[in-house]
Design a protein around this ligand. Structure first.
Ligand SMILES: [Zn+2]
Length: 325
């Protein structure tokens, strides 16, 4: 969309950035948490305010929305100063030594990604949708800039703000699914299950059924087994689970071995398929019992009914059975 560098990202320009990178090229991706805000748009509007002396290249929302605020060829006002002593970053005391050894503004060498976290201390975990969007964005940037898709070292890679500013930003980004990220970026294209096809927007299983949007992100981010193909398209369901009505309405897609569900409150998640199946089995048993009772009544009471009435009742049975499914 617009003139963003990442497919699908909305571009909302930040008020401040450095034009160009003084001849440097990004070699590190720095992950941040917003410590406030509930949507990517709120954070983008904050960066768009000239009074805000900060910016980032990207913001990833709780719902998986990605907004770009600074072009990747430019440097964001994202990482502040290098603090602490040189050493091995991540302990809240030392910055990773290469930052100070290079004698350059780290912003010239980095691409900054903010993750919306409502808590002021960044203690929130990413939502499933946010995680999927963050992983895809990082993999895409790594590929386009030749950034090594691994934990940062002196030659480049991915790390958190704590690596540069351990004194003030030891809790930035806060909880982040690093292990899952390494799995995802290492897998690269192999995360598309074998025999399935993905064009960057739509995932198509070997049986031709499509998996889109958040469900697609989930499948791509979870080492999905190739044989666990979808049995139906995603569709609305209210309630989304009969065994847990408190979830409310949402959407659902059944796969051979599991079920993906989405609700506005929880985002995408894997359903408790066994519990749900048992609820259906109990319901089916109760309905079968009802049908058997109706059949017995019908058989016991033909007397007094005219033949057309009996026929009408018999014709109605399959319809009743169908409706009770
Ligand atoms: Zn930060």
């Amino acid at each position: 969309m617009g003139n963003s560098d990442f497919h699908g990202a909305l571009f909302v320009p930040a008020a401040h950035h450095w034009v160009g990178r003084e001849g440097q090229q990004p070699a590190w991706i720095i992950l941040h948490g917003t410590a406030g805000f509930t949507t990517a748009r709120q954070c983008a509007d904050y960066f768009a305010d000239p009074a805000t002396e900060a910016s980032a290249h990207y913001i990833v929302g709780r719902d998986g929305e990605v907004i770009q605020c600074v072009h990747e060829i430019n440097a964001a006002w994202a990482n502040g100063a290098i603090t602490g002593e040189p050493g091995t970053g991540g302990d809240g005391v030392h910055h990773d030594a290469w930052w100070s050894q290079m004698g350059l503004n780290p912003n010239l060498l980095t691409i900054a990604i903010e993750h919306v976290k409502p808590s002021q201390d960044n203690s929130d975990s990413l939502t499933t949708e946010q995680k999927a969007a963050s992983f895809r964005l990082i993999a895409d940037i790594c590929q386009r800039w030749g950034i090594p898709p691994r934990f940062a070292d002196a030659r480049g890679g991915i790390t958190g703000h704590f690596s540069i500013d351990p004194v003030n930003r030891s809790g930035c980004p806060g909880p982040y699914p690093w292990a899952e990220l390494w799995e995802f970026v290492k897998g690269g294209a192999a995360m598309v299950p074998s025999g399935w096809k993905d064009d960057g927007k739509t995932l198509v299983a070997p049986n031709g059924v499509k998996v889109v949007q958040g469900f697609r992100d989930y499948v791509l981010a979870h080492a999905w087994h190739a044989d666990n193909w979808p049995l139906e398209s995603e569709h609305g369901a209210t309630p989304v689970e009969i065994s847990n009505p408190s979830l409310g309405g949402g959407t659902r897609q059944r796969f051979r071995w599991t079920t993906l569900e989405w609700t506005p409150k929880r985002g995408v998640f894997e359903a408790w398929t066994g519990q749900e199946l048992q609820a259906y089995e109990l319901r089916t048993a109760a309905l079968n019992k009802e049908v058997a009772e109706l059949k017995a009544k019908l058989a016991a009471r033909p007397v007094g009914l005219t033949e057309p009435m009996q026929n009408a009742l018999r014709n109605a049975l399959p319809v009743l059975q169908y409706l009770c499914k």
